[in-house]
Design a protein around this ligand. Sequence first.
Ligand code: GLA
Length: 381
Amino acid sequence: MDMSRRTVIAGAAAAGITAATIGSAHATRGRTPVKSLFGKLADGTKVYSWSLANGGTRMKVLSYGGVVQSLEIPDRRGHYANVSLGFDNIEDYVASSPYFGALIGRYGNRIGKGQFTLDGKAYQVNVNDGANSLHGGAKGFDKRVWDVEPFTKGSDVGLHLYYTSVDGEMGYPGTLKVKVTYTLTKYGDWRIDYAATTDKATVVNLTSHVYWNLAGEGSGTIENHELKIDASRYTPVDSGLIPTGELAPVAGTPFDFRRSKRIGEDLREAHQQLLYGKGIDHNWVLDKGISPRPEWIATLKDPSSGRTLRMASTEPGLQFYSGNFLDGTLVGTGGKVYRQGDALCLETQHFPDSPNKPSFPSTVLRPGQTYRSTTVHSFSR
Ligand code: GLA
């Protein structure tokens, strides 16, 4: 998908790194992901960590929350860093994770007051964010243990993750059977394919909540990263971060990322929307809309290391969250404290509060239908 992928492999060779050490396509072809014990939940349930490597990208995934616990990519000199925030132990994930690296469901982002009406019936889902429901409620998919099945297919390696959410869980109707596939390609791309079916009409909005810092987790602010988002509009919110329903132009606002822009550039503008979000915590209306195949939507670059993340998705929306609630109370994988703005999230999704916004693309899933969504993360340097 990306010409720059060739430079990743060629660059590593130039830096004297052998194919085996970076896990190039050839070296990892057919290699099954490796499982190890990560820890135990309070009730004794074992949580496993799965290690995968392909095409120059290395990742560790937990059975708890489908969490990407670590994602390592090289910089322009071939030096690896873990570019995703996380913890080194299961206890911290359970006690205090702000969704680090996790799969989010049933409904990524917010539902106003946790209420919606579907086919004439009123539902109340779990409220866990002030007056609203966030990321599926107090015990969303990020806090569930998933069944994990490794695979190798041609030059791809990956994991299938399965979770069945019972009828009524967190207040949502229908038994929802979810399958998420993480694939690492021979180019080092990380692809996520989501699929879900239900036995009653329900709402679904699945996403992934990786906190990116392309200079390496724990290395400081992401304000000098440069970001481009292919979106001319965004969804302004009220003080509870629920969309007003308007699709507002980004032109002339701090939300204009149509050309690559330093994230810190407009972050301190006294714009009402930035005051509501304590920074950026907003959904962009992607120009491409819903697409049957993943299309390019955003590029994030750290000029200091050269590490670049390019994203493609089938989804119509992208939540860009500038790490506003990181407050120096969490100690990450490398032993460093995470402070405000030390990472950002780019969550591909349908728009927040869609169940209450008839004009937004629908998040309703009915029996007989299959929910599908795909997002690709392509790395270069
Ligand atoms: C999402 C939300 C934010 C915040 C983070 C986690 O990005 O939109 O408001 O809750 O998750 O802290």
